[in-house]
Design a protein. Structure first.
Lengths: 165, 165
């Protein structure tokens, strides 16, 4: 594993990426938010009540049938501004080195973010939702219904996070 | 939008895929489960208590630091056996046509599955988890800590599903 100068400088650690990807994703729409620069984005998705919109491309619009019956959705989107090489990171607001897979940082081998959002309405191929924290224009990968029976674990713990409070 | 013969035959509806993908994903490991054929897989992830293992490739193993402090994880994985063209589907056990984005079916434009799993242990680069329903050998895309504060919505409703019970 190779450390980049960037990694060595600030306590982070990077690896070389594989020579080529294993599969391809299609951007199926775009997410519209009030945030144009990373510094303006909320620290996490529950920090803002901003209504954001999800614009689904016409090609896929028929896939939205029945989505309006869901109170909450899982959105997957592509954090296209993020480095993909980091295996250890030092989040600025904590100052401790953690493994990438113990963090929700956008920097990860596959920069796919997952957010649970509250659905306000569906009009044609546009959804209005609350619960996003991403940059305006972020590419959309998927929309899924949120099932409390399989997706909700109210008593889940993240030990490293709990210990700092 | 084009309907394939497959789609026309059984009430499903397919579209043409874009000419090329917009971005590439790396397979960062493999998921080992007891299920070798789709017919053997549980209908959903809470239906089985089987302990499955997640093998992370050596390249990415250092990213697992601190993951052992998490009680639950979000796993993203690639359903590489699924068609990507369907916008309307008729799930066999319901018999009603729904939009793809209102379903958790593996058939979707980007066949990325999301499962919330309970973490039993981490040994080197192998995780033991409960809560998967995928085929043995499924490629892994990402591991994230599950935060109840943002990811758990106990009272979420999927209207079309509730109405059938």
């Amino acid at each position: 594993m190779a450390s980049t100068d960037f990694g060595a400088r600030n306590g982070e650690k990077a690896v070389d990426l594989p020579a080529k990807p294993d599969a391809g994703v299609y951007f199926i729409g775009r997410i519209r938010t009030p945030w144009r620069e990373r510094k303006d984005c909320p620290k996490n998705a529950r920090e803002s009540d901003a209504v954001c919109t999800v614009e689904v491309d016409p090609r896929w619009a028929e896939g939205l049938k029945d989505v309006e019956t869901c109170s909450h959705l899982v959105l997957l989107y592509w954090m296209d501004q993020s480095p993909r090489t980091l295996v250890r990171q030092v989040p600025g607001h904590y100052g401790v080195q953690r493994g990438t897979f113990a963090l929700r940082s956008p920097a990860r081998p596959n920069p796919i973010a997952m957010s649970v959002v509250r659905l306000l309405k569906v009009e044609h191929a546009t959804l209005s939702v609350v619960g996003l924290d991403c940059l305006d224009g972020t590419p959309l990968l998927d929309i899924k219904p949120y099932f409390a029976s399989t997706d909700s674990v109210p008593d889940a713990q993240v030990g490293w996070h709990a210990r700092r409070t």
